[in-house]
Design a binder for this molecule. Structure first.
Ligand code: MG
Length: 384
């Protein structure tokens, strides 16, 4: 089969959708819009995905990847056309693909079947685009409502758009037409035939705040809520730092353990792994492995988070209870909550940190050790 690379255009600075971030980086059900598009492209069976981003967006891009391994992004230009051109030129510098799929990051719900139809159409034409009929009445308007426009010959053109790589690269190099809203018009201007295949309503572009709200509902409907429980105990020991809830807490003793022994983060990790049905912390980070000696437990939490996000899931809520007589947790609660939220990439409102004593009873009561319990609520796509 011919090699197909997807070029995902994510170089816009558009903030019409609100939320303070360029929309391709806005979270949707716990992961960036861009990451939804990436996961769909992967599932659609393209051989490679390259992303075109705006200059200076590298940290946002890195964060949006959430641990996904991808080649370095390509830096785009001022207009969409400039960004696509940059992407094509970057592909031409490497082992150029046979076919290229040019897609917008703002269309997160790509059905694999559309890619199949486009690929088939490229057997007979150098370009192919998904289209949908216009079902609403179309009319001109300049002030008052004017004449109806015949819609029978009109279609709505979507992305991804597929091309033979060499043909679309040449078309972009030859283009003198100024701004272009898609690549099919650039292909046609170069005399290339562009075939049409059936599009899909799921490919709608997310532009406005209301589009994001609808997309959230759509994803929510396809997810199952799951709960996991975590429990951990570590003994106090002299001469150790006390790490708890991802923070270094001033205290005369620390917790004994192979890693930094942060019982709160261990309980959270186990709760997340439990909710995802992914075993426990010992399966992923065996205490016998010298790599985890003195390791910051933040790594374990991030690993569990990434497992969930990689499956298209979302972390809804984590509630952790620390059980000890000392240190006093109260003064550190807000900072722990904030640190855990940061590690899980969720809003602080989704994290709860509580503390209790055992009325001087048992090992926690005698100050021999500290226990932590956590409950995590996550959502996973039903078919994952
Ligand atoms: Mg532990």
């Amino acid at each position: 089969m011919e090699r197909m690379t997807a070029l995902l255009v994510a170089a816009g600075s558009g903030s019409r959708a609100g939320g303070g971030l360029p929309k391709q980086y806005r979270p949707l059900a716990g992961k960036a819009l861009l990451a939804h598009a990436l996961d769909r492209l992967e599932r659609a069976g393209v051989d490679e995905v390259r992303v075109v981003i705006a200059a200076g967006h590298e940290p946002l891009f890195e964060e949006a990847l959430g641990g996904r391994a991808l080649p370095s992004p390509i830096v785009g230009g001022a207009e969409r056309r400039d960004s696509v051109r940059s992407g094509l030129e970057a592909l031409a510098e490497g082992a150029a693909p046979d076919l290229v799929l040019i897609h917008d990051a703002a269309r997160p719900f790509l059905p694999p079947a559309v890619v199949g139809r486009l690929r088939s159409a490229l057997a007979d034409a150098p370009g192919a685009v998904p289209v949908l009929p216009v079902v609403d009445t179309l009319a001109r308007q300049s002030g008052a409502l004017g004449d109806v426009v015949d819609r029978s010959e009109l279609v709505r053109v979507q992305t991804p758009q597929a091309f033979r790589f060499g043909a679309i690269l040449a078309a972009h190099r030859a283009w003198r037409g100024g701004a272009a809203t898609d690549d099919a018009q650039i292909a046609r201007a170069a005399g290339l035939e562009v075939a049409t295949v059936e599009g899909d309503a799921a490919l709608e572009k997310l532009t406005y705040e209301a589009d994001f709200a609808r997309a959230e509902q759509r994803l929510a409907a396809a997810m199952t809520s799951r709960t996991g429980l975590g429990f951990d105990v570590h003994a106090f020991a002299a001469g150790r730092e006390l790490w708890l809830g991802g923070l270094l807490i001033p205290h005369e003793r620390g917790l004994e353990g192979h890693s930094d022994a942060d019982a709160a983060l261990h309980a959270i990790t186990d709760a997340l792994l439990g909710a995802a049905g992914e075993g426990d912390i010992g399966d992923h980070f065996p205490p016998s492995d010298p790599r985890w000696r003195g390791a910051p437990s933040a790594l374990f939490v991030e690993h569990a988070r990434d497992l969930i996000l990689a499956r298209g899931g979302a972390i809804d809520h984590v509630d952790v209870t620390l059980i000890c007589e000392a240190p006093r947790i109260g003064p550190h609660r807000a900072a722990m909550r904030s640190r855990i939220a940061q590690l899980l990439r969720v809003a602080e409102e989704r994290i709860s940190v509580k503390a209790t004593t055992t009325e001087r009873l048992g090992f926690t009561g005698r100050g021999e050790g500290l226990a932590a319990q956590a409950v995590a609520t996550i959502r996973l796509p039903e078919k994952s």
